[in-house]
Design a protein. Structure first.
Lengths: 149, 149
DNA sequence: GACGTTATTGCGAATCGTATGCAGGTGCAC
DNA sequence: GTGCACCTGCATACGATTCGCAATAACGTC
């Protein structure tokens, strides 16, 4: 591959991201650093296409296949989590485990602290046998306050 | 089209399905009758591919595009509902409104009566602003009892 | 700092699920 | 029975995702 962006270009702004990658047993490469930085900086859940577009906007034209693989690996090692929704999968960084609330209309993803919903979730588990999924979190679909009006 | 299966072949076994179609403003055609019958007979949530395969297994080789359109129309008029999940969309008949519980591992869809979960759902709406979506139902993702072990 | 091993990347192509355009056939109101 | 709007089958296209492979970079070892 060409790897036109030497890691020094990103190193300064990512003091602990490289350590984070290594701690998860991953090599510290430019594409991973940038992807990880973008995910944690956005604070939202983004699709692979959005990651690609934003990286390309920053002059970092990583291949889409690379971004897919990167995000999949991040999910595997627990650095990120995937959220199914209308349209493409969305990814977010896994800092603190939390539940996800997805609007089936606009696709917006909202995080909810696990503690906040523990009571309701317990009741649901009791009723349905449904357990929190990957990363100890539950995913809920419905209409957000904006779309339900 | 060829419509090699005259509707008489299905008519006998679908006394109210044709009425149901008409009541929803749809024409009563072989493909729609068969699809509707299959959905309500299976009692589960099936994907378009499964509908195609099962219809073909019954010697009714309806085109995949037709099945897609049929299911989309059913969803539009409220005869059926779509459930997002891992893999392709799944469809079920809309008899009584209910919530859906989806296993993110195996994709199995489980129905839960709305009344059963009203308390938990109210609490969730309160916390997150999430309202029941299309058909007044909520969609929950996690791991079913089988997959969570 | 040089070197070798191995993981990672870019590129191209394939796959899968879904949607659409069009021409011809069918259901149903009259 | 007839005509017209609606449906269907076929072909094709599209977006999202995955895969194979050769080139290349990261990192441990010397």
């Amino acid at each position: 591959m060409t790897m036109t962006q030497p890691s020094a270009q990103h190193g300064a702004a990512t003091p602990d991201h490289s350590a984070l990658l290594r701690r998860h047993g991953l090599r510290c490469t430019a594409s991973r650093l940038c992807t990880l930085r973008l995910l944690s900086a956005s604070g939202q859940h983004v699709s692979t296409a959005e990651v690609c577009a934003q990286l390309q906007g920053m002059g970092l034209p990583f291949d889409q296949a690379t971004v897919y693989r990167t995000l999949e690996i991040f999910t595997e090692v627990g650095l990120a989590h995937a959220v199914l929704g209308p349209g493409p999968k969305r990814y977010g960084v896994s800092s603190v485990p939390h539940h996800h609330v997805v609007c089936e209309e606009c696709g917006r993803v909202q995080d909810v602290a696990i503690a906040q919903m523990s009571e309701a979730v317990e009741r649901i588990t009791e009723l349905t046998g449904l357990h929190a999924g990957a990363g100890g979190s539950l995913l809920l679909y419905g209409r957000c306050s904006r779309c339900s009006t």
